[in-house]
Ligand binder design. Structure first.
Ligand code: 3ON
Ligand code: FE
Length: 493
């Protein structure tokens, strides 16, 4: 059996590994300047701030981290005002970041393979993991929060990006309690008279896993919090919501903590994907009416999911769009991630899962086989019917490769548009920003950071979401590169 992604091995690549590797260099400086090197024009109606998070350090004073997901969080802030743009970046000042900076060496184990120097003897029975804040950054309830799924959020000053400390939401979150990096904002919550509501979760894995669901009002207060217990170990990075449900995909994995305890490998490396076991889909009611029906667990094919696009209800069905991997190379980092053989790994592909809540059957449907990651949509369509999605995608239609293009999919007509930065550009998560007073779902801009290997620097690129073929409408050249990031958000503030 051959999978379509194996065929491209014969074709010429759209990138070189050396170019791609350039985006995995640390950025140690903290900068603050007006961007004055701009191609095209920033749309004057585009006003607000793009916040981005991601590993800023890939090494501690020359000691390489084993995997980028272990890198300390660095926040970038690009503010658009009256056709101009300002850049600022700062590291989240977690205790681990500060201690390692002072010591000039790795002091902590990471989740994705980073170990203290000195081999297993230096790591055995050390269960402390460095708490970082590198995965997402959101502005909610007048607070800027840097998120990492295994610990509490960090609050930052949204202007200066100074770290203010951990956020516990008036003590509703307890010390050491997790708060995932993938909150979803319900644009109109039925329980709150149509006011927006931020929904997030926390995973406490074990033989049974505790899933806590938090709902926060626009003031940033936790107004609902409930914990559910589900059978088995879970590694759940993201979830989806609808007006009535929170939906989690329990990837079929097993966790063997012994190599971790013995200092041989990190916690994340002890997770293995079970290819012959089904994925469990956990459907948890959000409101009292749905709650009467209880938690439902449905099953579908094996695979691994980090990110979902969106979900919505249609009569007795829930439709969920997600990026699925056939095998799990991202969290099984055996060797040097910079030497990744893209062709040997399976690509993330876009699937739609049709959940029938009547007979509990699930129908998976492949929507696009192109390698893709980091999906986003119009914020008002979260949990609702929607037509357009945007994501990072490989330049080539088949095969597994780094993200070099931005892909738009019209889920109604199946039409696709891609704007590619190949051969020397590498893209991060795109963000859709609606045009003020827009009527149509795709009336707005798609903004992304693109690493340009030719100049070893990053660009902020703005595309017209309606028409990618027009090309980039503005390309803002930064004075430096930004290491490949994870997630971010846009706020009109
Ligand atoms: O036993 C549990 C297992 C586990 C893995 C304990 C745990 C909660 C500590 C844990 C921790 C999980 C963590 C900290 C996960 C962090 C994930 C992270 C920082 C990033 C994930 C990124 C995912 C993707 C798909 C990134 C894609 C990137 C590209 C396409 C290239 O730029
Ligand atoms: Fe993520």
């Amino acid at each position: 059996q051959t999978f379509p992604h194996q065929e491209t091995q014969l074709l010429q690549k759209s990138y070189t590994r050396k170019d791609w590797q350039g985006g995995y260099e640390s950025l140690t400086e903290e900068l603050d300047y007006w961007i004055d090197d701009i191609e095209g024009e920033i749309p004057p109606e585009l006003q607000g701030t793009l916040f981005r998070n991601g590993p800023g350090l890939l090494d501690i004073n020359g000691q390489r981290l084993h995997h980028p997901f272990d890198g300390d969080g660095m926040i970038s802030r690009i503010t658009f005002t009256n056709g101009r743009a300002h850049f600022r970046n700062r590291f989240v000042q977690t205790p681990g970041y500060l201690e390692e900076k002072k010591a000039g060496k790795i002091l902590y184990r990471g989740v994705f393979g980073t170990q203290k120097p000195g081999g297993w003897l230096a790591n055995i029975f050390d269960f402390k993991i460095k708490h970082i804040a590198n995965t997402n950054v959101i502005y909610w309830g007048d607070k800027l929060l840097a998120l990492w799924e295994a610990a509490e959020p960090y609050q930052l000053n949204p202007q200066s990006l100074e770290t203010l400390g951990n956020e516990y939401f008036n003590g509703v979150l307890s010390i050491g309690e997790a708060f995932s990096a993938h909150p979803r904002i319900d644009p109109s919550c039925t329980q709150d008279n149509g006011k927006p509501c931020l929904v997030n979760f926390a995973i406490k894995p074990g033989l049974n896993t505790k899933i806590t669901i938090f709902e926060l009002n626009p003031d940033g207060k936790i107004i609902r919090k409930k914990t559910h217990s589900v059978p088995g170990f879970c590694f759940i990075h993201d979830f989806v919501i609808t007006p009535n449900y929170c939906i989690f995909f329990q990837n079929p994995v097993k966790f063997n903590p012994i190599p971790f305890a013995l200092g041989i490998s990190s916690a994340g490396q002890c997770i293995k994907l079970l290819k012959n076991q089904p994925t469990r889909i956990i459907v948890i009611p959000r409101n009292p009416e749905a709650e009467a029906k209880g938690v439902k667990i449905l099953e579908t094919q094996a695979g691994f999911i980090f990110h979902h696009v969106n979900a919505f209800e249609v009569e007795n069905q829930i439709l969920i769009d997600s990026i699925c991997y056939e095998s799990l190379s991202e969290v099984e980092p055996k060797s040097d991630y910079r030497q990744t053989d893209f062709d040997a790994n399976s690509p993330g592909q876009l699937w739609r899962f049709h959940l029938n809540l009547q007979d509990n059957k699930v129908q998976p449907q492949l929507i696009d086989s192109r390698c893709c990651e980091f999906p986003t949509i119009h914020p008002n369509h979260v949990g609702r019917q929607y037509r357009y999605l945007y994501c990072g995608a490989a330049h080539a239609e088949t095969g597994n490769a780094p993200l070099q293009g931005i892909l738009k999919i019209d889920l109604e007509s199946q039409q696709k548009q891609i704007w590619s930065f190949a051969p020397r550009g590498f893209v991060g998560e795109p963000i859709f920003v609606p045009r003020p007073n827009a009527q149509q779902e795709d009336d707005g801009w798609v903004i992304a950071l693109v690493y340009d290997a030719e100049y070893h620097r990053s660009d902020v690129v703005i595309l017209d979401a309606k028409n990618f073929q027009k090309g980039v409408i503005a390309k803002l050249h930064l004075k430096h590169h930004i290491p490949y990031g994870l997630h971010g958000s846009f706020t009109n503030q």
